[in-house]
Design a protein around this ligand. Structure first.
Ligand code: ADP
Ligand code: MG
Length: 286
């Protein structure tokens, strides 16, 4: 089946988005979690949102996914307001959420549950996406037989198998070790380039945000707001040791070091870091 085409119908527009929760700490009060978020995600682009824990990143994705319709402002996909959840919006969470009683292939097929395809088309789509995420040969494996990184590949395949117009990713590699994380970041970049699906990633990992995004949205907490948007005008595939990449990464990082009075910065271990490891200072302990 063909790749998603970059058409205006795949662009996401978030306009003056606000979200309040009842404040459990005080009677009758409300907690403003998101305040006037304006964000345009062009069709086929990769936008990263980076921010401290608690600044509303997951809330924002929940709203775009359609799990909660109590908000102010507008969320438009291809110019149309979203309504509830829908197959045109896929999601990958930090924990893979695979069903332990289903095989790798069956877990991916879960993404096609309500899709209007024949059994043969579904089998083809599953096979295509097993290959896309590099899991050929593991179709019949059970979740307990595969590594955390492989389980996250399954979750990505499940999120993509329906050919969504937008893929939402909520800290998808947050629970993985540094080596697996950087390998999967490379994989995600390759998949995005191949599939041309609009992607919106939230993370608290600055390096990840800059490595993957065409555009990095820096959020600040209390209430969750956009602090600034940085264009990452670097060619793909990205190179982590490119001085231009490092400059941009450090520029975004400085936003957090400026605003946090006491960031917990840990020096690298004696003898340096293992190859591919992300320096500790980039994994801010929020
Ligand atoms: N269902 C909820 N009810 C009340 N408060 C919530 C709820 N979900 C999230 N919050 C609060 O909203 C804020 C943002 O949470 P979240 O979107 O999970 O942030 P992030 O993903 O950036 O860490 C936090 O202060 C959190 O406690
Ligand atoms: Mg979150």
């Amino acid at each position: 089946m063909s790749n998603a085409t970059i058409t205006a119908s795949n662009e996401l527009d978030i306009r003056a988005l606000g979200k309040r929760y009842a404040n459990t700490q005080s009677d009758g009060g409300e907690l403003q979690v998101l305040d006037h978020i304006d964000l345009h995600v062009p069709a086929g682009s990769f936008v990263s949102i980076v921010g401290a824990s608690g600044c509303g990143k997951s809330t924002l994705l929940r709203l775009v996914l359609g799990l909660d319709d109590q908000y102010e402002g507008q969320i438009l996909l291809g110019g149309q307001p979203i309504s509830g959840t829908g197959r045109e919006r896929g999601i990958v969470f930090q924990d893979h959420r695979l069903f332990p009683w289903l095989t790798v292939a069956q877990n991916i097929a879960v993404g096609l549950r309500n899709a209007p395809y024949s059994a043969k088309e579904k089998a083809e789509l599953v096979a295509e996406h097993v290959a896309l995420v590099g899991l050929g040969g593991f179709e019949r494996s059970w979740p307990h037989e595969i590594s955390g990184g492989m389980a996250q590949r399954v979750a990505i395949a499940r999120g993509l198998v329906n050919r969504p117009r937008v893929l939402l990713l909520d800290e998808p590699f947050g629970a993985l070790d540094a080596l697996t994380r950087s390998r999967l970041q490379n994989e995600l970049q390759r998949i995005w380039q191949k599939e041309q699906i609009t992607m919106l990633l939230v993370t608290h990992d600055v390096e990840e945000a800059v490595f993957l995004g065409n555009r990095v949205v820096v959020m600040q907490p209390s209430p969750g707001r956009i602090r600034r948007i940085v264009d990452v005008d670097l060619p793909h595939p990205r190179n982590r040791s490119d001085p231009a990449f490092i400059r941009l990464r450090d520029d975004v990082l400085s936003d957090f070091l400026d605003t946090e009075p006491h960031p917990r910065v840990t020096p690298p271990p004696r003898g340096g870091l293992p190859i591919g490891a992300v320096p500790q200072r980039l994994q801010l302990a929020w």
